[in-house]
Design a binder for this molecule. Structure first.
Ligand code: PLP
Length: 402
């Protein structure tokens, strides 16, 4: 018999399953709002002009294909840390941020999970928001951490359950690890306000929790990379020793290039050196060292003043297009179609996704009758909407909820 004769069939990935159903649908009006990847106003994938320019610069330098060090391209990680923590960050200028290149945001989270499982000196339990990005749960379990949840989303207001969040963090055992989405919470599109972040920071301090930031959307939420780094930088300025996972998938459109970074704030350059050595010991048996090309692109953009400014403009362009789609969708539902229900959350939510409040049976009807595909929880990728389809989408939603 085959060695794999008793391997059970696993469930399909919930998001990729939607893309398959979308592909199989032959209607010309079909819309895919499942996958979290930016689309331009024609519904097409978008390669940023700054990325194209950086690729030309990289190519014209005739680079070799040698292995990178275990922790990646040093110019890249230096620029990535500056982008996240800010040029004036004191742990950065003190030389006590330990950072490594990673296989995008997922790889950064996984390195972090593995490092914490091995070296975090307290109970290895991580609290995730409910709901959270679906991959967080198996990722941290597979890393060897115990996964628990804290309240985040209030279905009745389609907003933040701030009281529940605070109560759950206050009740968590001291020294627990807490995962925080730095901005543009996925899947809800609901972020704490700056004032609420300050209160969360105070609770994390009081309860001696360990904050682990997942920053997959820096710049994508508000259009400003520094504004979107508010929570992370506030925590650092309050003296928290944070862990941070960064991704350049969304903000540079480098999805398949897999560019990211994982970092830890340490107490001193001497401690940083010890942590660096252990990060290498975690990474080496996983994949030895990271890929070159994407890190070269990102470091070319971040390291060149003019190109960096151009990129910041392009990030803002993507964020602004999404924000304008939120306005159009809200106005069409509320003013033009007088669709039953309250839709203001569409405008107040932020980032790539919106939790519409549509019920599973309504999302099913949208797929079957209107050729509109989204996750069963009613999450839509705002980036999948454009001037050409937002009216059709609004009318389909209107029909589904009546
Ligand atoms: N974290 C969150 C919250 C995400 O939404 C994503 C992507 O959708 C990621 C991390 C990781 O993405 P990637 O590995 O493509 O950088």
């Amino acid at each position: 018999v085959s060695a794999w004769a008793s391997v059970p069939a696993g469930p399909p990935d919930p998001i990729l399953g939607i893309s398959e159903a979308f592909k199989a649908d032959k209607d010309s009006k079909k819309i895919n709002l499942g996958v979290g990847a930016y689309r331009d106003d024609k519904g097409k994938p978008y390669v940023l002009p700054s990325v194209k320019k950086a690729e030309e610069i990289v190519r014209s330098s005739n680079p070799d294909k040698e292995y990178l060090p275990i922790t990646g391209l040093p110019e890249f990680t230096k620029s990535a840390a500056k982008l996240a923590y800010g040029a004036d960050s004191s742990p950065l200028s003190d030389g006590r941020i330990s950072i490594t290149q990673s296989i995008s945001g997922t790889g950064a989270l996984r390195i972090g999970g593995a490092f914490l499982a091995r070296h975090y000196p307290h109970a290895k339990a991580i609290y995730l928001p409910v709901p959270t990005w679906g991959n967080h749960i198996p990722l941290f379990k597979d890393s060897g951490l115990e996964v628990r949840g804290y309240r985040y989303f209030d279905k009745s207001t389609i907003g933040l359950d701030f009281a529940g969040l605070k109560a759950d963090l206050q009740a968590a055992p001291e020294q627990s690890i807490v995962l925080l989405h730095a901005c543009a919470h996925n899947p809800t599109g609901v972020d704490p306000t700056q004032q609420q972040w300050k209160e969360i920071s105070d609770i994390v301090k009081e309860r001696k929790l360990f904050p682990f930031f997942d920053m997959a959307y820096q710049g994508f939420a508000s259009g400003s990379t520094s504004r979107d780094a508010f929570a992370l930088r506030h925590f650092v300025s309050e003296g928290h020793q944070v862990a941070l996972a960064q991704s350049f998938a969304k903000n540079m459109g480098l999805y398949g290039e897999r560019v990211g970074a994982f970092s830890l704030v340490t107490a001193s350059p001497e401690e940083k050196a010890r942590v660096d050595s252990q990060l290498k010991i975690v990474i080496r048996p996983m994949y030895s060292n990271p890929p070159l090309h994407g890190a070269r692109i990102a470091s070319t953009i971040l390291g060149d003043q003019a190109l960096n400014a151009q990129w910041e403009g392009e990030v803002k362009g993507m964020a602004d297009r999404i924000i304008s789609m939120r306005e159009t969708l809200y106005n069409t539902l509320t003013n033009d179609l007088k669709t039953p229900g309250e839709w203001s959350h569409i405008k107040s939510q932020i980032g790539m996704f919106s939790f519409t409040g549509l019920k599973p049976e309504q999302t099913k009807a949208l797929a079957e009758k209107a050729h509109v595909f989204m996750t069963a929880d009613g999450r839509i990728s705002m980036a999948g909407l454009n001037a050409g389809n937002v009216h059709y989408f609004s009318e389909s939603v209107d029909a589904a909820v009546r």
